[in-house]
Each structure stands twice: as structure tokens, then as C-alpha cells.
Design a protein around this ligand. Structure first.
Ligand code: DHB
Ligand code: FE
Length: 289
């Protein structure tokens, strides 16, 4: 019998530095400082063209653009038909509107909330560099984004953020939700942010290559164990903004092996320091068909 339900084909992991978006928007990707960063995404752009999904469930964090200190949901799912690029102080990025997938988003909300994860349902939200920079890195500068995108925002900005463990379990619940959606959609789950960086305080500028590379190794080989790493280790080793890395565990938790299936194929791995204040890490993992 032909398969009719949605399935998760791959997961993508990438940093989301705003200066990367500015370099793309202002035609600076060929400059010596930026060239090595964008070289790491050349393969990814080809891969994305060859493996365009129907929908990306894009896990990212809002940086006080859509939310503020007045209201901070731990997990929020964008159920709107579309989402505008946010004005983060320099005008909105000149990138296309993000077209959502309200039906799948509503289904994921229904399924995941009924499995005891409290998601905030968002019917109107602008999306900032946390979401648009990863899209630019993988999709380039198209007139319209090549697929639908469900924004999935995680609080890693105001203490306390969710634990890595909870993020990993949420990824598993998202997988079950997608696989119970009655339409043959190809879905990718992206985990964004990180890697090591600290933007403030006496340790501003902190980068930890050793930690980052071990994180990539562990994310691939033993995410279950990695998910138990406490917050304080992220902050100590990867800096105050390094906590963004917990979002990568949501995407990893959605992969087949975590549910007893085959190990994913590592189709691409890249690491580069620095981009702005941040260590750039990037991975593409494919589920076996
Ligand atoms: C930088 C990195 C971030 O993750 C962010 O949200 C803002 C700035 C940076 O490296 O400059
Ligand atoms: Fe950030």
C-alpha cells in the first residue's frame, strides 16, 4: 500500500548570526572575511535544491522581536498562513514573506499538546534573524522561499529556558505528530542557533571550539546522552548565548533512530570560527528513505 502520511526526511542544524543575513543582503558574501563562512553552505544550497521538502518545521528563537519581556512563551508554534520578516532596528530584511502551513501546524499543536507539551499557539508573529538567516543560508536569495515553513519558537533568551532533555522529548513528540498527519508531505525539522557565543558581560566574545566539536560528535552519535547535559554546562562551556544549542536537540529528537529506526546519514558537517561573535556550526542529517 502506498504511504500516505507525512514523514520527516531530514534535519538541518545551523547557527543564525544576524551579520550573516546582513552580508547576504548587502552583497558581501565574497569578501575575505565572509567567504569561508559561505563556502561551508555551498553544498547545503545544492542539497536543498535537490531535496526541497514540502514543509520545514523551523525551530528557532525569537530575540525580543515578536515577543518581549512582557510575554515569553517557552515553546510557541506559528499556526498562521504567513509570517512577515521582523524589523530588528534596521528595517525588515529584504527577504520573502514566510508562508506557513496552518493545517500541519494545527495538527502538530493538537498532537503535541495532547502528549503533554504545552505549546503556545501563535496566529500572528513576525520572524526575526533566528528564522530568516538559516533560510537564507540554505536557500539563497529566491523571490519566494522554496517551501512552506512552520515557525517554532523556543525561549532561550530569558531564564529559565527548557532543558535539553525536554527539547529532545519534544522532538520525539513532533515526529509522532508529523507521522500521524494524513497527507504525504516531506517534512524537514531544523534546529538553529548556537554554537558557542557570549554577547555580553566579562566573557563577551567567548568561543569554545573543543566543546562545539564534541557537541556535534555527540549530537550525531548519542543525542540521548547529550540531552541530559545540564544548562550550567552550556553556559559555562559555550557562553550565555550558547544555550541556543538546546534547540538542536528538538530537531535531533525528531529523527528516525531515536524512535528505534535506522541511524541517520551525515550528509554534511561544517564548522567555522568566527562569524561576528559566534562559532558557526552546521550539520545535515538524512533519514534513510
Ligand atoms: C550574534 C549571534 C546571535 O545568536 C544573535 O542572536 C545576535 C548576534 C553575533 O554573533 O553577533
Ligand atoms: Fe541568537
Amino acid at each position: 500500500m502506498a504511504r500516505t502520511n507525512a514523514r520527516i526526511t531530514a534535519s538541518v542544524y545551523t547557527s543564525h548570526v544576524p551579520a550573516i543575513g546582513a552580508a547576504i543582503d548587502h552583497g558581501k558574501t565574497g569578501e575575505p572575511y565572509w567567504q569561508p563562512v559561505f563556502k561551508g553552505y555551498e553544498f547545503s544550497k545544492r542539497w536543498m535544491k535537490d531535496n526541497t521538502p514540502d514543509v520545514i518545521l523551523l525551530v528557532y528563537n525569537d530575540h525580543a522581536s515578536a515577543f518581549s519581556l512582557e510575554l515569553i512563551p517557552t515553546f510557541a508554534i506559528g499556526c498562521a498562513a504567513e509570517f512577515a520578516p521582523a524589523d530588528e532596528g534596521y528595517g525588515a530584511r529584504p527577504v520573502p514573506q514566510v508562508i506557513g502551513h496552518a493545517e500541519l501546524a494545527a495538527h502538530v499543536a493538537q498532537s503535541v499538546i495532547q502528549e503533554d507539551f504545552d505549546l503556545t499557539i501563535v496566529n500572528r508573529m513576525d520572524v526575526d534573524h533566528g528564522l530568516t538567516v538559516p533560510l537564507s543560508l540554505l536557500c539563497g536569495q529566491p523571490q519566494v522561499w522554496p517551501c512552506r515553513v512552520i515557525p517554532f519558537a523556543v525561549n532561550v533568551v530569558q531564564y529559565p529556558p527548557p532543558s535539553g532533555r525536554r527539547c529532545f522529548m519534544l522532538g520525539q513528540a513532533i515526529r509522532r505528530a508529523v507521522e500521524s498527519y494524513d497527507e504525504p508531505l516531506r517534512v524537514q525539522v531544523w534546529g538553529t542557533g548556537g554554537m558557542s557565543h557570549q554577547l555580553q558581560g566579562p566573557r563577551a566574545g567567548l568561543i569554545n571550539r573543543e566543546f562545539d566539536n564534541a557537541f556535534l560528535d555527540r549530537l550525531i552519535a548519542d543525542p540521548e546522552r547529550l540531552s541530559k547535559m545540564p544548562h550550567i554546562d552550556y553556559v559555562r562551556e559555550a557562553g550565555s548565548e550558547g544555550i541556543e544549542l538546546v534547540m538542536w536537540l528538538i530537531a535531533r529528537g525528531a529523527m528516525a533512530d531515536v524512535a528505534g529506526g535506522a541511524k541517520p546519514t551525515v550528509v554534511h558537517r561544517f564548522y567555522h570560527v568566527p562569524a561576528s561573535n559566534t562559532a558557526v556550526g552546521h550539520l545535515i542529517l538524512e533519514n534513510k528513505p
